[in-house]
Write a protein that binds this ligand. Structure first.
Ligand code: UDX
Length: 449
């Protein structure tokens, strides 16, 4: 099938590439000329495992093309995806300006019956707005055309996006048109092998499904972070608690990892946007507000632990930070916990030596050049002459450091483990003080010392 995708961000680029990979003829449109030129030369603007080779192969085969020419792209597609950003507005609501701009463009150029598919994460009711916007543009052109607007939210995880797209656990399609549903079923047939993955529903339910999924996952994380806080105070170890509850299939092992707080482009934004929608419709989103508040507090927790360890403050200290991206396998630092920590350390007068396997360039873009930040090329370089180590992101290569070497290198011999990667006993046996998230054990050790 011939597919057009507006937006070459995470969602648009990955979706377009995967659709081309299974044989569809895909054109991706973006307003950013440099990005489009880069993509046509095989320059991938994001770090996503497996994506680069797939983009190059499909581009070489002619099935995947990038353009800034919206009119030609609309002419191309039987199915036109909207996969542009929905950044948060000041009040936490999702800003629809990019989505509606694409709708206007479609309305201005479309010449035949198309199915417009919304993949951007948008508040309930947005498909109606997109439909009205296209209809208005058609009316301005005195043109009558049949078109459908479908909600088809994405559930991609950064760092594993290609895999999620190629092997989706479900494909949610929200539409009241049997024809549009049939078309999308054909489009997704290559991804729908072995068992039925398509969940068809009305448009508004599909729109809400996306938010409900992300809010549920964020809730699990904030719940565990609150449990971690309790564990810390009562002298329990949340890691034992996690293992004690995860084996119950009703709870499950996923998304019960306490840590330095959730970040990224989805959870923080979507929880707030859903709370905003709830309020608009007269619901009181008590739970969503709490999920957000717990997360905001959790992002400050590593610094609180540091204050506990350094009662005289961290002014003049050099702190090694391992991990800047909001999670491993991405260079994305949007709403990353590292940003909260670094801001607090700088405010308190500390110097930061940071290492991240992929996000160095992004960190340089965000923070610029400053005397109190040294972006290091290796994890061990970050440790040189450092007083303490803080692990913020659980990149695989941070999982088993040489603790003896750490103890010899770190001047204050202390490790703050923001993702509970280490066995406290092992770290302490090497002569280091250990702080994790929700590990009351370290408090006990501290009291004993
Ligand atoms: C998320 C959803 O998982 C995905 O389905 C949706 O389409 C977009 O939002 P993503 O933001 O890429 O994907 O990352 P995810 O792996 O879900 O992690 C989000 C954040 O939660 C990260 O900061 C991660 O460190 C944190 N997290 C995750 C925890 O703190 N604990 C956990 O147990 C799991």
């Amino acid at each position: 099938m011939r597919v057009t995708i507006f937006g070459t961000g995470y969602v648009g680029l990955v979706t377009g590439t995967c659709l081309a990979e299974v044989g569809h003829d895909v054109i991706c449109v973006d307003i950013d000329n440099a990005k489009v030129e880069g993509l046509n030369r095989g320059v991938i603007p994001i770090y996503e495992p497996g994506l680069e080779s797939m983009v190059k192969a499909n581009h070489a085969s002619g099935r995947l093309n990038f353009t800034t020419d919206a009119a030609a792209a609309i002419e191309h597609g039987d199915v036109v995806f909207i996969a542009v950003g929905t950044p948060p507005d000041e009040d936490g609501s999702a800003d629809l300006k990019y989505v509606l701009a694409v709708a206007r463009t479609i309305g201005q150029h479309v010449q035949r019956a198309v199915v417009v598919v919304n993949k951007s994460t948008v508040p309930v009711g947005t498909a109606d707005k997109v439909r009205a916007t296209i209809a208005q543009e058609l009316a301005n052109r005195r043109t009558t055309l049949v078109f459908d607007v479908v909600s088809n939210p994405e559930f991609l995880k950064e760092g594993d996006a290609v895999n999620d797209c190629m092997r989706p656990d479900r494909i949610v399609i929200g539409t009241d048109s049997a024809q549009a549903l049939e078309k999308l079923k054909r489009l997704y047939a290559p991804f729908n092998r072995n068992h039925e993955r398509i969940v068809a529903m009305d448009v508004r339910s599909a729109e809400l499904t996306k938010y409900a999924a992300n809010a549920m996952l964020a809730t699990k994380i904030s719940f565990m972070n609150e449990m971690a806080c309790i564990a810390e105070q009562v002298g329990a170890d949340i890691e034992h608690v996690r293992q004690g509850i995860g084996s119950d299939p009703r709870i499950g092992w996923h998304f019960i990892y306490p840590g330095a707080g959730y970040g990224g482009s989805c959870f923080p934004k979507d929880v707030q946007a859903l709370a905003w929608t709830a309020q608009q419709y007269g619901c009181n989103p008590r739970l969503l507000d709490a999920v957000e508040a717990v997360n905001a507090a959790q992002k400050q927790h590593l610094f609180e632990l540091m204050q506990r360890h350094f009662p005289d403050g961290v002014a003049g200290k050099t702190v090694a930070v391992w991990g800047l991206s909001f999670k491993p396998n991405t260079d994305d630092m949007r709403a990353a916990s590292s940003r909260t920590l670094l801001a607090q350390l700088w405010e308190a007068g500390a110097r930061v030596q940071a290492f991240d396997p992929e996000a160095t360039q992004e960190a340089r873009r965000i923070f610029g050049t400053r005397d109190d930040l040294h972006l290091c090329a290796t994890a061990s370089e970050a440790l040189q002459d450092a007083d303490a180590l803080v692990v913020v992101t659980e990149w695989k290569q941070f999982r088993s450091p040489d603790f003896g070497k750490l103890a010899r290198t770190l001047k204050d011999k202390v490790v703050f483990d923001g993702r509970n990667l280490y066995d406290p006993a092992e770290v302490e046996a090497a002569g280091l003080a250990y702080y994790g998230i929700g590990r009351g054990r370290s408090l006990r050790t501290e009291t004993q010392a």
